[in-house]
Design a protein around this ligand. Structure first.
Ligand SMILES: [Fe+2]
Ligand SMILES: [Fe+2]
Length: 324
């Protein structure tokens, strides 16, 4: 008991300094003392975010070899490559908190860490590429722009660059859909069909309703997160409705309408039981996505081994050079 008490009193000034930094809206940096709960929450959130970027390469990557033109192939290729980059920035941010990248990958493959529910849905047509850019990257922007002001420095800074690239992703998606909507009746049907399939899963990307989101309160108090799930979902709907009108598609929600009084749209309730199923491994593509990640990781083992051997050789050469 005495040691616990001593430890607590030693930590008190550190905790005070941490609280004051958060209250002043200043950044916590890797060298700073932080409470274990803050560190753990960040590692969980950043790892989940990194995993989402990497797993998110799969549903769209499947279409690179089937893109309808060289231009579309180049755009899609660049987009999927950007997502790999996002994953790498984020794993690096997690490493500044003491997390080990290999361990995070292992946790993902073993199903002990999650990634966004949205990437467990299949991409049935090339219109899905457009709708993913428009909805999924659009939702990512709603989520991530406030994270540029997150209290943890390396996470916030990673978000600034990521958000710039996400807005390119959203535009390429919308531009693809605009082109398809100017095309044949069959193309317009493909777009509407993709919108119908992706709308509700996209709303679920913001997570469960606020009353049902156990980690949100602490994340908001620590200013890791700046807005609640429901607030971000509302913003996404308000942002997307006029874009849908301009495009000429119908969002599949009969309850969707402008509420003059609130100055926001009213909209229906997503099927939360579906979200729970998908989060807990029972979505249309969960097994396939994780399996693909596992085999890619195993197939890439020789690259990691070669890079490690090369780095060791370089270091040995440098030592020899220094000694001579
Ligand atoms: Fe991304
Ligand atoms: Fe993206």
């Amino acid at each position: 008991m005495t040691t616990t008490h001593a430890a607590h009193s030693a930590e008190a000034p550190l905790q005070e300094h941490f609280d004051a930094t958060i209250a002043r809206d200043q950044r916590i940096e890797p060298r700073d003392w932080m409470p274990d709960g803050y560190r753990g929450t960040l590692v969980r959130q950043i790892a989940q975010h990194a995993h989402s970027e990497i797993i998110g390469m799969q549903p769209e990557g499947e279409w690179i070899s089937r893109a309808p033109s060289l231009r579309r192939k180049a755009i899609l290729f660049a987009k999927v490559q950007d997502e790999a980059g996002h994953g790498l920035y984020l794993y690096s941010a997690a490493e500044t908190l003491g997390a080990d990248r290999a361990d995070l990958t292992r946790r993902l493959i073993e199903g002990r860490q999650k990634y966004s529910s949205i990437f467990n849905y299949p991409t049935g047509s090339f219109a899905d590429i457009g709708v993913i850019g428009w909805f999924v990257d659009g939702a990512a922007i709603c989520n991530q722009v406030p994270l540029c002001r997150s209290s943890y420095g390396p996470y916030a800074r990673a978000m600034v660059r990521i958000c710039k690239e996400e807005s390119f992703h959203q535009r390429q998606g919308y531009e693809l859909l605009m082109t398809m909507m100017r095309g044949t009746a069959a193309q317009r049907e493909m777009v509407q069909d993709a919108v119908d399939r992706w709308w509700w899963p996209s709303l679920m990307m913001f997570g469960p309703p606020d009353g049902d989101s156990p980690n949100s309160a602490a994340s908001m108090a620590w200013k890791i997160k700046r807005h609640s799930n429901d607030e971000l979902r509302r913003r996404f709907v308000d942002m997307t409705v006029p874009q849908a009108e301009k495009l000429g598609v119908t969002l599949p929600d009969p309850e969707l309408r402008w509420n003059e009084e609130r100055g926001h749209h009213d909209f229906g309730t997503p099927d939360w039981s579906e979200l729970q199923r998908v989060i807990h491994g029972d979505g249309p593509c969960n097994t396939e996505r994780v399996e693909r990640r596992r085999s890619a990781h195993e197939d890439g083992a020789w690259v990691r081994e070669a890079a490690t051997a090369h780095a060791a050789k370089q270091a040995a050469r440098a030592r020899k050079g220094a000694a001579a």
